[in-house]
Every structure is written in structure tokens, then in C-alpha cells.
Write a protein that binds this ligand. Structure first.
Ligand code: NAP
Length: 249
């Protein structure tokens, strides 16, 4: 049987890379999308290839509608219809009080985290929907617990973008359930990745982690497990749902 095709946006590092490796181990044919860090994406490809997994990588900026369309067209042409999608690519900006941030910054964050996710869902629908001749599929949108607690004094705009991802995912899940597509959300808490350095505090997880109920930050692999479960048939009765992977935060 042909290995089901999975696309992971932002799969070159962090949670996306951990998800790509676990997916390949579980028998998916994985397509890793990256934006600019080709070397990291190729390292993930090499790691997966080394244990005999099936993997490809495609460059595209998820915040650019033209590039997203072209990426999906290329995937269909070269490998076929996707069966699973992980909208993982996400960005934040330097820690700041919201009143000091600019509309350009909000737009940049929303363009990737919200509109990129929405467009990829629309494209995936074309591949998966029973009413379009597809065979169904599963989607996981990677949000954040920031959508719940709002990230005051750090990333309120980022938190708002993840709130939009939560609302969008719920509505979209209910719209496409009859088309054989399940859509769920994973909301990580504080996870050890390079994203925190991008926000200006590389040691953020070590600073806050000990104060959480589970008294530590999480690993990308712990998030990947939740994502893979939601993509698999083991979660066959779950759609429009949320799994929080945040150490009790
Ligand atoms: P990360 O280490 O910063 O990795 C993000 C990945 O997204 C990078 O590989 C990057 O690719 C890619 N990316 C960014 N913008 C993109 C774009 N426009 N188009 C395509 N790819 C793009 O992040 P992470 O910590 O693994 O986070 C993954 C997801 O989990 C994000 O949605 C994030 O919001 C969410 N999350 C993370 C945490 C945490 O504590 N780490 C907590 C809650 C939620 P390039 O390097 O090629 O640019």
C-alpha cells in the first residue's frame, strides 16, 4: 500500500522537525516545507532518509499566497494528493508591550500564522474532500496556549493570531466534517525550540519552566506525539478539538 502523503509547514526545525521524524517512523511519506533555512530542512531529510523513511522538502513562504498555491500545485504534480496536513509554521517577534508594536508587525505575524494556515487548509480541502473526488484526510493546526493566556508584556499580537487559529479551526472543522476531513488543534505551551531566541530570550523556557505544574519546559517530541495521534485513525471520532501540551500551564 502507498504511504500516505503528509505536508508539514515549517518542518525544518523545532516542533515541525520532530513531527516530520515521528511521521516518517510511523510510515508516512513526509513533505517538509521551509521558508529560508534550507540547510536545516536538508538535515531533517538526511536524518529521515538514514532510517529508511520517505521524505521530500519544498521551499515556500507560507505568508505568500502565490507561493502557497505553487507549492500545492508542485506537490500534486510530483507526489499526488496529500492525506494529512500539519500547519506548523509560525512566527513571533521581539518581546514587547503591545502599545509599542506596529501594524506592520501585526500584519507580518497574522500573514503567516493565520492567513498561511487558512490558505493551506483551503488547498488541502481540494485534495481531501469526498465531494471533490478525494478520499478524506486529517489536518492539525498548531496553535499555542498563548491563545488562552494572552502573552501579556511579551507577545499579545502573537497570542491574538493563535486565538484566530483556534476559532478558524473550530469553524472549518465543523464545515468539512461531512467531507471526510477531521481538523484538530494542538496548543503547545513552553517548548524547547529556537523560537524563543527569535523573540529575544533564548533562555525563556528555563526561566518559566520550573514554575509550571509539571515543573519544566516541554520537548518538541512531546508535542509531535499529540499531533501524530490526532492525524491517525486512533483519533477517528475527534474533530474540532484541542489538545493542550503545556505541562499544566
Ligand atoms: P521554530 O523553531 O521557530 O520553527 C518555526 C519553523 O517555521 C521554521 O522552520 C521556519 O522555517 C518556519 N517558518 C516560519 N515562517 C514561515 C513561513 N512564512 N513559511 C514557511 N515556513 C515558515 O518554531 P517552533 O517553536 O518549532 O514552533 C512551531 C509551531 O509551534 C509554531 O506555530 C509556534 O507558534 C507553535 N508554538 C511553539 C511554542 C514553543 O514554545 N516553541 C509554544 C506554543 C506554540 P525557516 O527556518 O526556513 O524560516
Amino acid at each position: 500500500m502507498k504511504a500516505p502523503l503528509m505536508l508539514i509547514t515549517g518542518g525544518g526545525r523545532g516542533i515541525g522537525a520532530a513531527t516530520a521524524k515521528l511521521a516518517a517512523q510511523q510510515g508516512y511519506q513526509v513533505i517538509i516545507n521551509y521558508k529560508k533555512d534550507r540547510a536545516s530542512a536538508e538535515k531533517v531529510v538526511a536524518d529521515i532518509t538514514a532510517f529508511g523513511g520517505l521524505v521530500h522538502c519544498v521551499q515556500a513562504d507560507i505568508s505568500d499566497t502565490q507561493q502557497v498555491s505553487e507549492m500545492f500545485a508542485r506537490i500534486r504534480r510530483e507526489w499526488g494528493a496529500i492525506k494529512a496536513l500539519v500547519n506548523n509554521a509560525g512566527v513571533l517577534d521581539q518581546q514587547a508591550h503591545f502599545v509599542d508594536t506596529t501594524p506592520e508587525r501585526w500584519q507580518r505575524i497574522f500573514q503567516t500564522n493565520v492567513f498561511g494556515t487558512m490558505q493551506c487548509c483551503q488547498e488541502a480541502f481540494q485534495d481531501m474532500a469526498l465531494s471533490r473526488g478525494g478520499q478524506g484526510g486529517t489536518i492539525v493546526n498548531v496553535s499555542s496556549l498563548a491563545s488562552v493566556y494572552g502573552s501579556p508584556n511579551e507577545y499579545v499580537d502573537y497570542a491574538a493570531s493563535k486565538g484566530a487559529v483556534d476559532s478558524f479551526s473550530k469553524g472549518f472543522a465543523l464545515e468539512v466534517a461531512g467531507d471526510g476531513i477531521r481538523v484538530n488543534v494542538v496548543r503547545p505551551g513552553l517548548i524547547y525550540t529556537d523560537m524563543h531566541a527569535d523573540g529575544g530570550e533564548a533562555g525563556r523556557v528555563d526561566r518559566i519552566g520550573p514554575n509550571l505544574p509539571l515543573q519544566r519546559g516541554g520537548q518538541p517530541e512531546e508535542v509531535a506525539e499529540a499531533i501524530l495521534w490526532l492525524l491517525s485513525d486512533k483519533s477517528s471520532y475527534s474533530t474540532g478539538g484541542f489538545i493542550d501540551v503545556g505541562g499544566g500551564r
